[in-house]
Ligand binder design. Sequence first.
Ligand SMILES: Nc1ncnc2c1ncn2[C@@H]1O[C@H](COP(=O)(O)OP(=O)(O)OP(=O)(O)O)[C@@H](O)[C@H]1O
Ligand SMILES: [Mg+2]
Length: 246
Amino acid sequence: MPCISVASGKGGVGKSIICANLGVALSELGYSVALVDADIEGATLGLLLGYNLEDDATLHDYLSGNATEEEVLKSVSPMLNVVFGSVQLTALMKELNLERLERLTSWLKERHDLVLIDTPPGFEEDTFAAIKASDAVIIILNPDILSVTGALKVRIVAKREGKRILGVVVNKAGHEYDIPTEELEAFLEEEVLAVIKDDPLVRNSLLEGIPLVSSYPDSPASRGIKELAKRVMEKLTQDKSQVSGA
Ligand SMILES: Nc1ncnc2c1ncn2[C@@H]1O[C@H](COP(=O)(O)OP(=O)(O)OP(=O)(O)O)[C@@H](O)[C@H]1O
Ligand SMILES: [Mg+2]
C-alpha cells in the first residue's frame, strides 16, 4: 500500500488535524497505519495525538543519522504507529539529510497497510522532500480563493514529481461565501474526496489532547474525516483491483 502525503501549500488549512485524525480513523477501520510528522520546523502530531515525547527519538534524530527506523517508530495504539518530529529548537540546529525520508517511508510501507505524511506549509526543501518520499498526494484546502492558489501549486509540484493526486479535501467548510465544491473540482481538475465542516469541537479536542475522531466521534468534522477514510480506501482498493486485472 502506498505512502500518501497530506499537503496544501498554504499554512493553517488543517493538514495536521486531518492527517492525525485520518490516521486514527483508518486504524479504527482495521488498517495498520504509520504517520510521519515531516513538518520539520513545526511538528504537531505529538500534541494532536496526546503523545508525550519526553526523550523519545524523533524524525530529526533519524534524518541526522542518530537513530534507526525501529528507534523512531512509536506505537500510539495497536494499529497506529507514528514517527514524531521534535518540538525542540535545538533539533533544528542539527544537520538534517532530507533524502533519508524516502528510505524511512520505504521501510514503513513494508510494515503497514498505509503511510501518511504530514507536510509543512510553503514550498521549501522539506515540502519537496515529503512529496518526493510519497507515492500520492491528498491536497487540503479551505473553500476560499487564498487556499485555492496554494492547492494549485501543490498540484503542479506533485505532478512534476510524477506523483498521483488522490484528490482534494475541502476543510473548514459550511459558510455562506464558500466556493462551491463543483467549482473547486472544475478549477483544480481533481475529485473532492470529502468536505469537512468548520467545527468548534476541533478546538476542544486540541485542548483535551485527544484526537477529534476519538473524543467526538459524531461531531460534524469527525463524520467528514471518517467519510474521507472510507473514500481513500475505496480509491486505493480500486487501484489494486485494476492492477491485478480483477
Ligand atoms: N474542520 C475544522 N474546524 C475548525 N477548526 C479547524 C478545522 N480544521 C482545522 N482547524 C483549526 O485550524 C488551525 C490549523 O489547523 P492545522 O494545524 O491542522 O493546520 P495545518 O495546515 O497543519 O497548519 P500548518 O500549515 O501551520 O502546519 C488549528 O487551530 C485547528 O484547530
Ligand atoms: Mg501542520
